[in-house]
Design a protein around this ligand. Structure first.
Ligand code: MLT
Length: 304
């Protein structure tokens, strides 16, 4: 009998891939053979010596001490691409929210009160104040052309946008062979200088930490919008606030909570919702449960 410890709620669809006649699954379990985790931070946890594999039900592995586990011979699996559609949809929503001031206008509308005349007057002022802009003809820069970046690029093109891509690790041609066609930027600065919106789909590591700083923000055209649905730390948020206050950036939308950003009128922060759809949660859990099962039962390693 294999013992599996689950940290966080792992979707039932994933757990069903581990037949109960061969797997005991619980959030508290002695001597686990493997751990399934979603977002729980494992760096400060004592990981039992019996653990042979860890499955992270998501794309990133920042919450898992990968280097230490690899040193110990523990296989770490993740689920690249399994939540790509969910993240893509939220990025597109973030782009529309930013361009049309949806969050700010919604807040405004909730605060309306008084008689018809007062409300009509407020509506007229809201129409002026929250007037936005449309997407067709605007340029979206996509940094990171993995599963999510390519999906975002394709949907943005369907919305009539121009798309420029840059990936520090793979060529744009290679990424585009997967689905469609994208214009290649020669560098991050080249991409920034030509983009009305920039979206990031790279992991947080030593190469990407503070990839976008004050100097790079100045490279963007005035009125640009930044979308960070990847990880906090890729963009210097202090520099973002300064650029918003100076009117150089139009808006910032990010998928992580932030005390620094949450009250800024030109910022929308979300509580890391990108992968939070029923479909994505099932896909991720199924992918890692299958990998854990194959590894424990047959020693097969896929995507470790
Ligand atoms: C990811 O890395 O794919 C996300 O962080 C997944 C999640 O929200 O759990």
């Amino acid at each position: 009998m294999f013992k599996i410890q689950t940290l966080n709620n792992i979707s039932v669809a994933g757990l069903e891939r581990l037949p109960r006649d061969r797997y005991e699954i619980a959030s508290e379990i002695a001597h686990p053979d493997a751990i399934l985790v979603r977002s729980a931070k494992m760096h400060d946890l004592v990981i039992p010596e019996t653990v042979q594999a860890i499955g992270r039900a998501g794309a990133g592995t920042n919450n898992v001490p990968v280097a230490a586990m690899t040193k110990r011979g523990v296989a770490v699996f993740n689920a690249p691409g399994a939540n790509a559609n969910a993240v893509k949809e939220l990025v597109i929503a973030g782009m529309l929210m930013s361009a049309r001031n949806i969050a700010q206008a919604w807040n405004f509308a909730r605060g309306l009160s008084g008689d018809d005349a007062a409300i009509n007057q407020a509506v007229e002022s809201g129409k002026k104040h929250f007037a936005g802009f449309e997407l067709p003809g605007r340029t979206l820069g996509v940094i990171g052309l993995g599963a999510i970046g390519v999906k975002v690029a394709n949907t943005a093109r369907a919305l009539g946008m121009r798309v420029i891509g840059y990936d520090p690790t793979i060529t744009v041609q290679r990424a585009w062979q997967l689905e469609s066609d994208v214009q290649q930027a020669i560098s991050i600065d080249d991409l920034l200088s030509r983009s009305d919106f920039v979206t990031f789909h790279v992991p947080l590591n030593d190469e990407t930490r503070n990839m976008i700083n004050a100097e790079r923000i100045r490279t963007l055209p005035k009125g640009a919008v930044l979308l960070n649905f990847a990880r906090e730390g890729i963009i210097d948020d202090v520099a973002v606030v300064a650029a918003l206050d100076q009117g150089h950036l139009y808006a910032y939308c990010c998928d992580f909570p932030s005390n620094l950003l949450k009250d800024h009128p030109r910022v929308v922060t979300l509580p890391h919702l990108g992968a939070s759809t029923r479909e994505a949660e099932d896909n991720c859990a199924i992918m890692v449960a299958d990998q854990i099962r194959d590894y424990l039962e047959d020693g097969n390693v896929a995507n470790s």
